[in-house]
Design a protein around this ligand. Structure first.
Ligand code: SF4
Ligand code: FES
Length: 241
């Protein structure tokens, strides 16, 4: 067991005017993830340290935070991977307002997710029930759709996107890849309703293909590629209608 230093960006709205950095020295064991260190600090040194976490296994998406300048899941980040000469620096996710310490206000993220009508809209004129219809997808399209369905709503892509930082009205990568997930689903007939939420200056066209979202996503979802597929289908629609 070796001691590791954590430097945490702290903010308590009831006490602090501005955020400040606070350093903790904590024991670390082989195989520890960053979340384990945070829990140790909270249990042994400062019970007021605020962060979100639940499943501890990369499923619930609740412990996204910025670790050494890059958004990650604390429960999937090995201490050995991020420990260096200096302390491990932990900050709340970028592009979302800090409520307390490492806890952010998720409201804009969820509002944008809702804005793209994230549900399956079956064709009301189709007589055969959707569960009895036989539908086919090319293997590559199925693979993309299946990957896009893996999202755990961790908000890491949202924090990694510099365009969201520059333009808070941008719909953002997660909402767009979710829109792709429904648009690519052959059971969905909601394109006419959903397109206006995407085909606008703050929708797909604001994406500048920087690929940060794809690089940061802990589920390996090819977000940028999905957004480009949406753009292509909108151009095609525009040319043919
Ligand atoms: S797309 Fe990836 S990074 Fe973005 S919220 Fe979903 S799982 Fe997290
Ligand atoms: S605690 Fe659930 S994803 Fe990390």
């Amino acid at each position: 067991m070796d001691p590791v230093q954590l430097e945490v960006r702290r903010f308590n709205p009831e006490r602090d005017k501005d955020p400040h950095w606070e350093r903790f020295t904590v024991e670390s064991y082989p195989g520890d993830v960053v979340l384990a260190l945070l829990m140790r600090v909270r249990e042994e040194q400062d019970g007021s340290l605020a962060f979100r976490a639940s499943c501890r296994s990369g499923i619930c998406g609740s412990d996204g935070m910025v670790i050494n300048g890059w958004p990650r899941l604390a429960c999937k980040t090995q201490v050995a991977e991020v420990a260096g000469d200096g302390p491990i620096r932990l900050e709340p996710l970028y592009n979302l307002a800090c409520i307390k310490d490492l806890v952010v206000d998720q409201t804009p993220f969820w509002d944008k997710f809702q804005s793209i009508l994230p549900w399956l809209m079956p064709d009301p004129h189709e007589e055969e029930p959707v569960e009895e219809r036989r539908m086919t997808l090319e293997p590559e399209a199925f693979d993309m759709l299946s990957k896009a369905s893996d999202c755990i709503f961790c908000q890491i892509c949202y924090a990694a996107c510099p365009i969201v930082g520059l333009d808070p009205a941008f719909t953002g990568p997660q909402a767009l890849i979710k829109a792709y997930r429904f648009e690519a689903d052959p059971r969905d007939a909601g394109t006419a309703e959903r397109t206006p939420t995407l085909d606008n200056p703050e929708g797909v066209w604001r994406c500048r293909t920087i690929f940060n979202c794809t690089e940061a996503c802990p589920k390996g979802i090819p977000i940028t590629r999905g957004i480009q597929v949406l753009k292509r289908s909108m151009v095609r629609e525009g040319l043919t209608h």
